[in-house]
Design a protein around this ligand. Structure first.
Ligand SMILES: C[S@@+](CC[C@H](N)C(=O)[O-])C[C@H]1O[C@@H](n2cnc3c(N)ncnc32)[C@H](O)[C@@H]1O
Length: 358
């Protein structure tokens, strides 16, 4: 990952369109990223090259001494990370690949139904590259798929305009919007078939994914959301047996973790079930944390993200699926029921209600 300094790009329509061979290369890399079924190292290389094309088209200057958080925005619904941090997310290759694959299949599923209009994708929180959408503009024609690209940070939208223009993809974009997605009113003639947002962190903490999806899906209730499903599960983990080096792992191969239960799920069904709720809490589960079998066991939250269909990000696949300790005193919580809720607002996240057990 490189540190990148956001700079003002030339006005999009004054910047030169890139050579056709670069656009063809992006198309090729996108196809490979969507279909590669081999070693992760190869996928890392493919996504790295793909992101390099977006970086060049976005006209970012590299500055290694930069404070990467400069320019972040604290909104009433959570933190909007800075344009530089958002650009750096694109290099998380497994995240970017699995989101691209999920969005690709979500689009294909809408096309399959045979809608007479183009598939409309509302991308809430694009960052400066719109990295989860621009590559797919090389795969689907503008007659088939159109994007509305939205971000809270004006400079990110300026850079996205440059990327789209320089890659000759302007026909694929219906609109660019600078807005807080949680205040945005979707125009009646641009109701999306798909709402895409990656505005989240591990265990759905800090960033506004839940609030954004809730606000947008209410306006387009039939839309597919990408990610389709985010699940947060609790496990008792033997911390003495966890690996020293964080590496991607497959589900089910960890006998040293005791499943405790699903704490919270974000999907279209749960969002619809909250439609009449008005407060700043959303319901989450009550779980029984068993007495730890050995002293090293501690309770943790794990996050699993299904972007769409079979495309899943599991534990340690990327920074969004890292693990979070539930801050409790083992002796006090063992054998008791812990009730959780999801706290909305400027610092969103899962909260265990009986803090006296800490
Ligand atoms: C984690 S980055 C993802 C960037 C890019 N979509 C990607 O996946 O590579 C999240 C982006 O969402 C934007 N964002 C966060 N909260 C937002 C909000 N309430 N309204 C609009 N944009 C928001 C941030 O400015 C940032 O660009």
């Amino acid at each position: 990952m490189t540190d990148i300094e956001p700079s003002s790009p030339l006005p999009a329509d004054e910047a030169a369109i890139l050579d056709e061979s670069i656009i063809e290369e992006l198309k090729h890399l996108t196809h490979e990223t969507l279909t590669h079924d081999g070693p992760r190292g190869i996928l890392a290389g493919l996504v790295g090259e793909l992101v390099e094309i977006l970086e060049n088209a976005a006209d970012f200057q590299i500055e290694s001494r930069l404070d990467v958080t400069a320019g972040e925005t604290s909104s009433g619904d959570g933190l909007a990370i800075s344009p530089t941090q958002a650009a750096m997310c694109a290099g998380e290759f497994q995240r970017t690949a699995i989101f691209l694959r999920g969005l690709h299949d979500a689009i294909a599923s809408v096309i399959e139904v045979g809608s007479p209009e183009p598939v409309r994708v509302l991308y809430a929180g694009s960052g400066p590259y719109a990295a989860l959408a621009v590559p797919l503009m090389t795969v689907f024609s503008p007659e088939a798929v159109r994007f509305t690209i939205l971000d809270i940070h004006p400079e990110s939208i300026e850079h996205v305009k440059s990327v789209v223009h320089r890659l000759g993809l302007t026909q694929s974009v219906d609109d660019y919007v600078v807005a807080d997605a949680c205040d945005y009113t979707i125009p009646g003639d641009l109701l999306p078939h798909i709402i895409l947002s990656e505005t989240m962190s591990t265990a759905l903490e800090k960033e506004p994914q839940v609030a954004i999806m809730r606000h947008l899906l209410r306006q387009a209730p039939d839309a597919i959301i990408v990610p389709e499903w985010v699940r947060v599960d609790a496990f008792l983990v033997d911390t003495s047996k966890e690996v020293d080096v964080i590496m991607p792992e497959q589900e089910g191969a960890h006998p040293d973790r005791i499943p405790v239960g699903t704490v919270f799920e974000l999907n279209a069904e749960t969002i619809r079930s909250w439609v009449s709720l008005t407060g700043d809490h959303l319901p989450a589960a009550a779980i029984d944390i068993p007495p730890p079998p050995e002293p090293h066991y501690r309770p943790y939250l794990f996050t699993t993200i299904t972007t769409y269909g079979k495309h899943v990000l599991q534990t340690h696949d990327c920074s969004l699926t890292g693990i979070r300790e539930i801050p409790v005193n083992d002796a006090a919580i063992a054998g008791k029921t812990s009730q959780f809720h999801y706290q909305l607002g400027a610092a969103p996240g899962l909260v265990r209600e009986d803090k006296s057990l800490s």
